[in-house]
Design a protein around this ligand. Sequence first.
Ligand code: KIV
Length: 276
Amino acid sequence: MPMKVQKIVAKKEAGEKLVMATAYDYHQARLADRAGVDMLLVGDSLGRYFQGGDSYLPVTVDEVIYHCRAVARGREQALIVAGMPFGSYHVSPEQAISNALRLIKEGGADAVKLEVAQNMAPTVKVLTQAGLPVMAHIGRMPQRVSLWEDQPVCGTDEESAWELAEAAQAMEDAGAFAIFMERVAREAAALITEKVDVPTIGIGCGPDCDGQALVFHQLLGLDGAENPPQHVRRFCNGDALFSQGLQEYCKAVRNGSFPEASHSFPMEEGEAKRLY
Ligand code: KIV
């Protein structure tokens, strides 16, 4: 039975750490869900890790819906959070509601995630008042990074740490059930986690958040990068493992050791003789 947002919030209250990972297809969802991940994020990072692009901006609502559907078929217990892509909630609160409804209704998502600054609190409020579970993304915002100079770490001085804490509080007040923080300095992330009652999920924000998120391909070493970014631990070397399997496949086909007799399907008794 899939989790509801109340269970995610209850885990913070019980002092249980939350685990989130991105998933973009059925198999990734199935693996992460069976491993015990609490939340599957179908985010616009799919623009990079699924589509191979260098920006998240071109990802559309239709594409996130398509990937959500595949992920929904692979999950049993985890909560599915759909990332709202660039341009899908910026025009008006009505646009935000109609796209969030599509992600939930057509995609099968349980909640939506929006990259927000404090001035987006009214949009978050409109969504939550419509009964839609919202995770508010603060700190570094990948959608903005394509348009503005990257700020690799946020909240590194007192003023910006308090600004983030105020933004997080504004999102909680607007009804967000969780705060997603990306690359916020450890002490600032700890302050935010202490100030808000809802769970904080960090990616590159240190160990004091209520939960952690990582990109599927990065945590499994499937991202093709020589070295992972500072905030990532590779829990296995997926690239090496997969490429070894594929090289062995090529070799076996070329040297004739695959397929074996057991991999093929014989004709009915006596029928083969009649071919010649
Ligand atoms: O929505 C997303 O895909 C993200 C990544 C940074 C994990 O926020």
